[in-house]
Design a protein around this ligand. Sequence first.
Ligand code: SF4
Length: 371
Amino acid sequence: MTDLALYIHWPFCKSKCPYCDFNSHVRERIEEGRWRNALLAELGHYAAMTPGRTVTSIFFGGGTPSLMSAETVAAVLDRVAALWRRDPGVEITLEANPSSVEAARFRDFRAAGVNRVSLGVQALDDDALEFLGRAHDQAEALDALDVARRTFERFSFDLIYARPGQTVAAWRAELDRALGLAGEHLSVYQLTIEPGTAFATAHARGDFALPDEETQAALYETTQERLSEAGLPAYEISNHARPGAECRHNLAYWRYRDYVGVGPGAHGRLTLEGRKVATRQRRAPETWIDAVERQGHGTEETAILTPDEVREERLMMGLRLAEGIMLDAPLEPARLDPLIEGGFLTLDGDRLKATPAGRQRLNAVLARLID
Ligand code: SF4
């Protein structure tokens, strides 16, 4: 195991979207130099634990990492190059909001070394964007996509479906428009109500309702069908790409490869002395940065995973992928067989895969398989 993926978390956003339960925060003022130094320090901490590794992907996520300055992105990438060997084809992704302010920085991000951008477009409909609490409108998103296409070798964008009142016909038309704008990768997420979000409160109050289960299933199936026909099949529950254009960084998670997570709330999985180790950084931005300034890292927990935990995590991650996983030990037939007979899993030799129906309700499938 020599390959390593690196995740860098930038926890700040301009405003908090009502559906979002990510570790993202709004602050009036950010001392960017201080934040830059802290990220660099934590990279050094993890580099000391992972000598001799080759970095194959770097992912700036958040939060809204496109609010970072290009100098900070460049400083992080320079430090990574100084600390580890970098694969010549290293994939360097930055998540960005499609606002004009951020699009204006794309060339600088490119010059800093970013070669892939993932844009949070979310909808090609102004009413839907307003409902989702997004700061951009459709026209701005289209402009940002245009700049992204001209600036980066690879780009992707996100859409959210199963919005209140959305019909299959309207979603099909929106997907067709998205396909006209897409490169080789699209991420398509189903709207879910996450506890603790503004949407959770509004939904409980009855301010809006999500489409019923039948409509949700039809919207999911439409997504699978339409994007497959267009040559962008699902390679993961919510991610679609032309074969070969998958996000290599996210594949590292789902294939259960090693990754370092730096920044507030970031998680990592590292194979150290033959054992899989889970790492977790302090979640609150201020607590994290204080810890880094005090001790060189903001790690809250480092845990050696048991063989059972490793097996469960491999299944949870691998079954998200259309390619499935190679089983290293047989599963109990009493658990497995009904899921195969029900059309949720397939077993081909030692390769276990979730069918599209299985991937759509993966949590329920996993609960039957491993709980
Ligand atoms: S921009 Fe992204 S990370 Fe920030 S609040 Fe909105 S959805 Fe969450």
